[in-house]
Design a protein around this ligand. Structure first.
Ligand code: FDA
Length: 365
């Protein structure tokens, strides 16, 4: 029987990047994934020449030169810059909160005019410690921005009124007093030309990959094939949920192909009123400046997570953090298993964080 140096559970970004670094060191890897495709949540499906982000919009951004040079050594990136809009009851506002937004909200034309309005509105909370997310947001940016651009969106995301959400969820709300709609502050940003699948394929070039393979259905047999295991699935599942289940928020995606060339003129538009059940509409072609005759849009609906649903966002509240801490202790005692990626570390990571982590440990491979 062929013996591998590493069995990698999960062909997502962490697993693929690890496999690539191992390949560069001459190591042999077997990568298994329970899904029928590689790429984890970066996976794109091609619909009439448009790369559709099947698990939500993915925009690569980083200020880490090593990470940027690494991904660019594999694929070329385009110049896409994320400049989302918010639609509140038919009114359009630029995001993140910047001078364009303040002009749209109040007609403020200068930073001085805008900051006077924000400061005045923030005084509503003066002298009081914010006791919930609503009060926290008002204390940071005032009532207008909160009511129109934060409240409904956040309530849909978390499935609860902002008055019942803890203040700590929002620590900072960056406000920009320049006319700059670039959502990220990072130095580098873009989308792989030809889509994310190309990036993942390049990473997995030297590995053997088995799809439709759930690790837990054949754990013993798979473990026997390699010296070490890299596990990127759910940490609580790895330990048989012995302390109970970690919780997540999940998303439902409703995809639609339209026979028009341009539906909304932008890749991402957030819907910030409570009454519209989805949080945003993604128009995929705009990530790659597509000029097809048709278009594909996806509406994103946040919802309660139940076992079996895709675990998208960890709920890092006190209960779950305590539980995760217990699982992490168990993980630290496993000498032959590396727990990596967002599910095994029960933490939201951007793509550049994941790559940075792998590059950091590459010398130990
Ligand atoms: P990922 O979930 O991708 O991979 C884990 C893999 O393990 C999956 O393929 C899964 O099927 C497999 N697996 C699990 N259990 C298994 C088992 N028992 N047996 C076999 N296989 C198993 N980041 C960013 O930088 N810019 C962005 O714009 C976005 N946008 C974004 C939108 C949404 C909606 C989400 C939820 C996340 C983002 N991200 C993001 C974050 C990005 O998705 C994240 O950084 C990577 O997907 C993390 O890669 P992992 O390999 O850790 O997990």
């Amino acid at each position: 029987m062929e013996k591998y140096d590493y069995l990698i559970v999960g062909a997502g970004l962490y697993g693929a990047c690890f496999a690539h670094q191992a390949f560069l060191k001459g190591k042999r890897c077997l990568v298994v994934d329970k899904r029928s495709h590689m790429g984890g949540n970066l996976y794109c499906e091609e619909v009439g020449g448009i790369n559709v982000h099947k698990y939500g919009a993915h925009i690569f951004h980083t200020s880490d030169k090593d990470v940027w040079e690494y991904v660019n050594s594999l694929v070329e990136f385009n110049r896409y810059t994320n400049s989302p809009l918010a639609n509140y009851r038919g009114e359009l506002y630029n995001l993140p909160f910047n001078m364009n937004t303040f002009y749209q909200l109040w007609g403020a034309r200068t930073p001085a005019e805008a900051s006077v309005i924000i400061e005045r509105q923030r005084t509503e909370m003066e002298g009081r410690e914010p006791g919930n997310l609503e009060e926290q947001a008002i204390s940071l940016v005032g009532r207008d921005i909160y009511e129109k651009l934060i409240k409904g969106y956040t309530e849909k995301q978390w499935g609860r009124p902002c008055t019942e959400l803890p203040a700590f969820i929002i620590r900072r709300l960056p406000v920009r007093f320049t006319f700059d709609n670039n959502y990220f502050n990072d130095k580098y940003q873009g989308i792989p030309i030809g889509g994310y699948n190309r990036l993942i394929s390049k990473m997995l070039v030297g590995a053997d990959v088995r799809l439709d393979t759930d690790y837990f259905l054949c754990k013993e047999e798979l473990d026997a094939l390699a010296d070490k295991v890299v596990f990127t699935g759910m940490i609580d599942e790895y330990f048989g949920y012995c302390y109970g289940k970690l919780e997540y928020r999940t998303l439902r995606f409703e995809e639609e192909r339209l026979d028009i060339p341009n539906f909304q003129g932008n890749a991402v538009i957030n819907y910030t009123e409570r009454e519209i059940p989805y949080t945003r509409i993604i128009e995929h072609k705009h990530f790659e400046f597509g000029n097809q005759e048709h278009t594909v849009v996806t509406r994103e609906y946040p919802s309660e997570w139940q076992t079996g649903a895709e675990p998208y966002y960890p709920v890092n509240d006190t209960r779950n953090e305590r539980l995760f801490g217990m699982y992490r202790e168990l993980a630290e005692r496993q000498t032959n298993v590396i727990f990596g990626g967002r599910l095994a570390q029960y933490k939201y990571f951007d793509m550049h964080h994941v790559i940075h982590q792998v590059l950091t440990i590459k010398d130990q491979i």
